[in-house]
Each structure stands twice: as structure tokens, then as C-alpha cells.
Design a protein around this ligand. Sequence first.
Ligand SMILES: Cc1cc2nc3c(=O)[nH]c(=O)nc-3n(C[C@H](O)[C@H](O)[C@H](O)COP(=O)(O)OP(=O)(O)OC[C@H]3O[C@@H](n4cnc5c(N)ncnc54)[C@H](O)[C@@H]3O)c2cc1C
Length: 340
Amino acid sequence: MQENILKMLLKENHKISNSLKIDSTARFYIEVIKQDELIDLSKFINKNEIKYLVLGEGTNLVPPDFFDGIVIKPNFNDVLYDSNNKIINVGASVNWHKLVNICIEKNIYGFENLSLIPGTVGAAPIQNIGAYGQEVSNLIDKINCFDIEKGEFISLNNSSCKFKYRNSIFKNNSLLIISVDFKTDCKKEFNIEYNSIINHMDKIGFKKTNLSLETLSNLICDIRNKTLPDPNIIPNAGSFFKNAEVKISEIDDSEFSLDELIIWDIGNNKVKVGSARLIELVKDRIPKSKNVEIYKNHALVLVTNAYATQAEILDYANAIIKIVKKVFNIELQIEPTLVE
Ligand SMILES: Cc1cc2nc3c(=O)[nH]c(=O)nc-3n(C[C@H](O)[C@H](O)[C@H](O)COP(=O)(O)OP(=O)(O)OC[C@H]3O[C@@H](n4cnc5c(N)ncnc54)[C@H](O)[C@@H]3O)c2cc1C
């Protein structure tokens, strides 16, 4: 693809689709269908020193009103199951929940607890998506990428990705994920230790003898549908803040006791503190915003009325961060990608 052809394929002033429904426009937008097209695209970006953003389904993004750069939308949709090598290779643009369903059909264990997480396969490793006691990093064998700055294709094995809680080397680097190789030989056992799964099973009288990949996935979908807003109806980006990782001795317990918080021991003298509970305890002190609020069923989720700008959302989030810091001495971190 030569530069003049590339320029023809670039769409100007294109909307950036995002689940917070921020009215956001990119100066340039391009859909990439063939891997080779990335080589010329990277030459163009590097030569013209244009900033870029790789876009999945926009469910974990806080984009600005105007993005003065190129939005790159990969369109790689292949799903290749290699039963001999026990790998399923999945294109970056495949919808995550669609992959979960494919795995359930093929009796592949490990994906079911991550049912109904919005977004694409290519975005899943970025923040190491996780839910109900499972993280995608436990399922990944290898990630196939293109380095936009170096103009090279590379593959990274699991340990090179440096996965952590809602983090990986893919945050803030120049790697575009083309496809992911997932392991298909995880242990054939169900992961139902998580409290909300146990409580939901008790509540609906679910018999463990009825457990299968499909029934567990359906249970998880039921729990999610009850607690999280559907972004197609109520604009949101899922959890807006990460759970906080701190030393227990640093938490200010002068106003609320530690028993009122949700705390998990994570070793190395550190604990993870449930940020939803922190926000819940102080939410009456957060100044009201015209277009943004805390979701009624889940205090970690900020929802909008589809009229909020990036600035309004960040002002509201920063007010929450300030109050939580003041009361608990805990610094909340924003989870979705802030695009500048
Ligand atoms: C209702 C709701 C519930 C959610 N629940 C959860 C949950 O339980 N657990 C959880 O972990 N997350 C959750 N999320 C967040 C979101 O679903 C995930 O972060 C998801 O992986 C985002 O996918 P996406 O395709 O929409 O990515 P986008 O929002 O388009 O992009 C997110 C980031 O990934 C980058 N990116 C996207 N594709 C690629 C690629 N191919 N190569 C390189 N970089 C790329 C983008 O540049 C951006 O930095 C939730 C979101 C919503 C709205």
C-alpha cells in the first residue's frame, strides 16, 4: 500500500465509537484488514509523527472531544483451532464473549468465568481482563503483534507480557495486537470459589450437580446483568477505578473501621481494598454532576446520560479520588484508557 493509496483509505473527522457515548471525533481513522497494510501505515505514522490510538469496541476508553491523530481499527476476525497443539488462535477483532461461547461449545475450560465482558479479544490482554476469580493471563500462550514504532511483527510469550492485576506491558506502548494464541488444555475444573457466585447459587437454589461450562457461564451472565449496566442502554465503561493495592498500616481508619472495608490479603505486606466499598461509604459527599453519576447497583461504575464530555467525566472521577484520599488515605487509580 503506497502513501497515496493509504491517504485514500484514511477517513477524516471520523467518530470514535465508545461505550461512555462521549461525542468524540478523530482527525483520521483507518480500518486495517490485512497484516501487511500495517507496514505502510507505520511508515506513514512515523514519517509524519502523527499520534495514534488502536481501537477495539471502545468499552474501556475515555476519549477526548477531538483526537488529533489516527485511530487504527484492526479488522482481524479469524478463529483457528489447532487441537493437536491445544491452541486456539483468535483475531484481535473477534468479540470476547463470542470467543467464550466458542470455547464452551468445544468443551474448553477456563473462559467461562469471563463471560459477557464487553470488548474484543485484542483488547483483553491490555489490562489483563478479569472477573469472578479468573484473569485472561491464565489462558494466554502467546500474543502476535505489530510494533508500530519499529515497523516489525513480533510474538510474545506469556511471561514477556508481564501480566499483573489490570496491567501488562501493552499499556502505553507501540504494540498493536493482531491475534492471541490461547491454551485449550486448562484443568477441567470449575472455579466457583468467588463469593458472588456462591451467594447467587444459594439464592436461586442452584444444585452443583447441574454444573457445566454452559450453566456456569449462564450464572455469571445473570450476576453481571443484575449488577452492571448494559452499555447499550446506560453509557458506561465498566469499573472506572481499580481496586487499590496498599499497605494495611497506611489506611486511615479514623472515620471508618477496617471491618467496614473489603480487604483481601495479597502477600508482601500488602492488601487489596475493594474500591466500590470505599466510594459507597463517602458517596453522599461527592458533588453532583449534570451528566455523570455513580451507578446505583455498583459504586465502581460511573454512568452518563450520553451528553458527558471527557472533561466532565474526569472532573467527577477526580472529585471521587480526592474524597477517598482524604478519608482513607487511599489513592484510587482510573481503570479505562484516558485518550489525550
Ligand atoms: C459494562 C462493562 C463491564 C465490564 N466488565 C469488565 C470486567 O468484568 N473485567 C474487566 O477486566 N474489564 C471489564 N470491562 C472493561 C472492558 O470490557 C475491557 O477492558 C475490554 O477488554 C475492552 O475491550 P474493547 O475492545 O472495548 O477495547 P477498547 O475500549 O477499544 O480499548 C481499550 C484499550 O485497549 C487498547 N486496544 C484495543 N484493541 C487493541 C489491539 N488490538 N492492540 C493493541 N491495543 C488495543 C486501546 O488502545 C485501549 O488502550 C467492562 C466494561 C463495561 C462497559
